[in-house]
Design a protein around this ligand. Structure first.
Ligand code: AVJ
Length: 335
């Protein structure tokens, strides 16, 4: 049964854990256990996003060094009307919607096309989803909003057929850069599966560029990215009764030019033993040992086009900014 939170303005559903052992395990934090029991320790990036982490990410998006958000927004500002014209009326589904700030540029374009339209924001943070739904409802009268609280996997598995003429799933901000190569493939497969022939997929990707620009974006002078990285430990402390002391960890972000990816770590500043009670886990860290918390891959337009094409997502048009720092790829499902 779905737990629903309903008002006359919008409705928000909580998605259920998937019945596969993988998801059930993940909801119990088994993925953390696996990650911390490896030689090179890591914690999945999704644990950044409790309510506090989502707020910190919003702050990152406003930083002068963090160019992706404003660059993607400028592309949307310039091309949202063209995107809406190409797709026509459709149900808009956003994966990882967060505050839906950039989304407004798309919503404006669709709003001009037709009066009533539907937006499904999907996010793991119920707090930010609810807040932005209330705001959106105030600004877009005839917008139908159905929010889903859950992971991408849950959402893509549990999406119901639509009565709208078409759908566009969009995934902005280059969040796809967090995925490993195999997760990337599986994710695109799932998108292609969920879409009907002719439906659209709009993907935002951050492009390869000089190391200095990239490293500045992930090592901002105000330390917001550091706070965001460290908040993951606070989140785990709350969620699983851990005893991480964030005073003994340091933020590190480096650009790996060989793999074209930013790698974000938490560095242990001393030899220490961490216990995470609810996971029945004790972790020993050496002084200087790193925990990988995020990869953020940087893409090449041609390679990405080929990748999408190989997954039955045919590129229709690529939109970029004047510096070629960021791209929005509009694709169509061909089945
Ligand atoms: C939300 C995954 C796109 O990789 O740039 C920002 C997250 N991490 N600063 C990114 C992030 C550090 C962001 N994504």
């Amino acid at each position: 049964m779905l737990i629903q939170l309903e008002t006359e303005h919008f409705n928000i559903e909580y998605l259920q854990p998937l019945e596969t052992t993988k998801e059930v395990n993940h909801s119990l934090g088994q993925d953390i256990k696996e990650g911390l029991n490896q030689g090179i320790k890591k914690i999945p990036s999704k644990y950044f996003y409790d309510d506090q982490g989502s707020q910190l990410f919003e702050q990152i998006c406003e930083l002068s060094e963090y160019y992706p958000t404003r660059t993607e927004a400028s592309i949307l500002r310039q091309y949202a009307d063209e995107i809406a014209e190409i797709t026509g009326i459709c149900e808009l589904i956003e994966l990882g919607s967060g505050s839906s700030t950039k989304t407004r540029l798309l919503l404006d374009a669709y709003n001009q096309q037709n009066e009533v339209f539907k937006y499904m924001p999907i996010d793991v943070s119920a707090g930010i989803l609810k807040e932005s739904a209330i705001q959106l409802k105030q600004d877009y009268n005839s917008l139908q909003i159905q929010g889903l609280v859950g992971t991408y996997d849950q959402a893509l598995t549990q999406l119901k057929p639509t009565s709208w003429p078409a759908r566009m799933i969009f995934f902005l901000g280059s969040s796809i850069g967090n995925f490993s190569e195999s997760d990337y493939d599986n994710f695109l497969k799932k998108i292609a599966q969920v879409l009907e022939n002719g439906d659209y997929f709009l993907l935002g990707i951050d492009l390869q560029k000089p190391k200095s620009i990239l490293e500045a974006a992930y090592n901002d002078s105000q330390g917001v990215t550091a706070a965001f990285n460290l908040n993951m430990l606070t989140h785990l402390n709350h969620k699983f009764e851990g005893d991480f002391d964030i005073n003994y960890f340091k933020h590190q972000a480096i650009y790996n030019e060989k793999n074209n990816q930013i790698e974000m770590y938490l560095l242990s500043e001393k030899e220490q033993e961490i216990s995470i009670k609810n996971l029945d886990l004790v972790v020993n860290l050496e002084k200087g040992e790193k925990i990988l918390t995020e990869i953020s891959r940087k893409f090449d337009v041609e390679e990405t086009k080929q990748k999408l094409e190989s997954q039955q997502l045919k590129p229709v048009k690529v939109f970029t900014d004047e510096n070629n720092w960021f791209a929005l790829m509009l694709c169509q499902a061909v089945k």
